[in-house]
Design a protein around this ligand. Structure first.
Ligand code: C2E
Ligand code: SIN
Ligand code: SIN
Ligand code: FE
Ligand code: FE
Length: 376
């Protein structure tokens, strides 16, 4: 074959085709010896790795034993013809390129070749020019297919990377968020206990008030988030006591009017500590500190707020706190008997306490008592 003949018909770069062809592993299946030798000679212009099968069965065996990039096969062969062999090959590989070589007009096999996805068809005797044209088309298909595979794999791995990264970030953010929340809770709880420790009460007072407030909030109809927050914030109600002098805080006798006035400032002091915070939880703690000694009838302190002007967080904490204070011994008083507490609570509905909360308290008395028992 003359080079210029090739150049004219090969639509892209012949060097590129030759270079690419060298990388291909080719399986040639041809039973006729003469035709085989002739075809091999021709193929050797392009390919360096050629395996030969001498009939359909041999071709199929060779195919199964190795890895090929291209199959070039005759049709009419003893033992197993080319169509049957291609059918079997297609069961194994849907996309290995196959070029059929045929001595006759192939209309008889037209439907078979379509069905089997034959990639090229060449009449014998094979002429290099025609072969290169067909090969060119087939190679374009192989390249395209390989590119699609590469992109598909790249895309998949990109996708996986991205997914993994997103998962990683989400879990980091979640952990961080959880840590912030936990830290907040811990700080608040610790601050709450500081007030109690200084006044010789135990951390259990703080825990009990949290759980009483939770029950009241839930039955009052606050949403889950508010219930959870009040459970965290209500134990902070007495944090302002940290600023009350020991002499007053731990005085075993009844406080004088002046001392009680100083003592009462623990509400405002607690409020001052939290009021500038932007954190929802600390804002709630500010309200709870400020309002837990307000009374429903307006006779409480520090502002003398009345009824629903007292926030529900303040009203709930007031009841939880007093129930717990009465049932506990303090430096200044012994614990009260239950009957005395219940009598006082019944009398104070609408006076000291929100009557709706007093109802909730008695409706759920068992729960309050079992919390008290478990956190003595
Ligand atoms: P606390 O001991 O945690 O008591 C909280 C609230 O429970 C009291 O608010 C009051 O409403 C109620 N409470 C507690 N014990 C009694 C009681 O024996 N009788 C009655 N009727 N109610 C009781 P309050 O009165 O505004 O007191 C706030 C805080 O002031 C108390 O917190 C306590 O730390 C302190 N405090 C009050 N009175 C005295 C006292 O006579 N001596 C000393 N050392 N501290 C007192
Ligand atoms: C050939 O093999 O090239 C012609 C005869 C046949 O196809 O069996
Ligand atoms: C061949 O096997 O080469 C010819 C078979 C055909 O085209 O019918
Ligand atoms: Fe208080
Ligand atoms: Fe208290």
């Amino acid at each position: 074959m003359k080079n210029d003949e090739i150049k004219i018909t090969y639509k892209n770069n012949i060097n590129e085709l030759v270079e690419f062809s060298k990388t291909l592993k080719v399986l040639l299946v041809e039973d006729n010896k003469e035709s085989r030798i002739q075809t091999i000679k021709l193929l050797e212009n392009l390919f360096t790795d050629i395996t030969v099968g001498v009939d359909g069965i041999d071709g199929l065996d060779k195919f199964n034993a190795g890895r090929y990039d291209l199959i070039i096969s005759d049709i009419n062969m003893p033992n197993m013809d080319g169509i049957e062999m291609c059918r079997k090959i297609r069961e194994i590989s849907k996309d290995i390129p196959i070029i059929i070589l045929s001595a006759h007009n192939y209309t008889k096999y037209f439907m078979d070749t379509i069905r089997l996805g034959i990639n090229g068809y060449i009449l014998k005797p094979v002429n290099l020019n025609q072969f290169i044209n067909t090969l060119n088309e087939v190679i374009e298909k192989i390249k395209l297919r390989d590119e699609v595979h590469i992109y598909k794999r790249k895309l998949e791995s990109l996708n996986n990377d991205l997914e993994a990264q997103v998962c990683q970030r989400i879990s980091e953010i979640y952990t961080l968020n959880q840590e912030i929340k936990d830290t907040q809770k811990e700080v608040i709880f610790t601050m709450g206990t500081i007030g109690e420790i200084r006044s010789k009460e135990t951390g259990n007072h703080v825990k009990r008030v949290a759980l009483y407030s939770e029950i009241l909030a839930k039955h009052y109809g606050l949403d889950d988030k508010e219930v959870e927050m009040l459970k965290e914030a209500s134990p902070m109600h007495d944090i302002g006591k940290v600023a009350i002098p020991d002499a007053i805080l731990n005085k075993t006798e009844k406080l004088t009017i002046d001392e009680k006035a100083i003592m009462d400032t623990h509400t405002t002091l607690g409020y001052e500590m939290f009021k500038y915070s932007n954190r929802e939880l600390l804002k709630m703690a500010a309200v709870v500190s400020y309002e837990h000694h307000e009374k429903y009838d307006g006779s409480g302190y520090p502002r003398g707020l009345k009824g629903d002007d007292i926030s529900i967080y303040g009203r709930i904490t007031a009841l939880s706190d007093v129930f717990d204070a009465l049932g506990s011994s303090r430096v200044y008083k012994p614990a009260w008997e239950d009957e005395k507490i219940f009598k006082m609570f019944k009398a104070e509905g609408g006076k000291h306490f929100d009557p709706k909360l007093v109802d909730i308290f008695f409706d759920n008395l068992d729960e309050f008592l079992s919390i008290r028992d478990s956190l003595k």
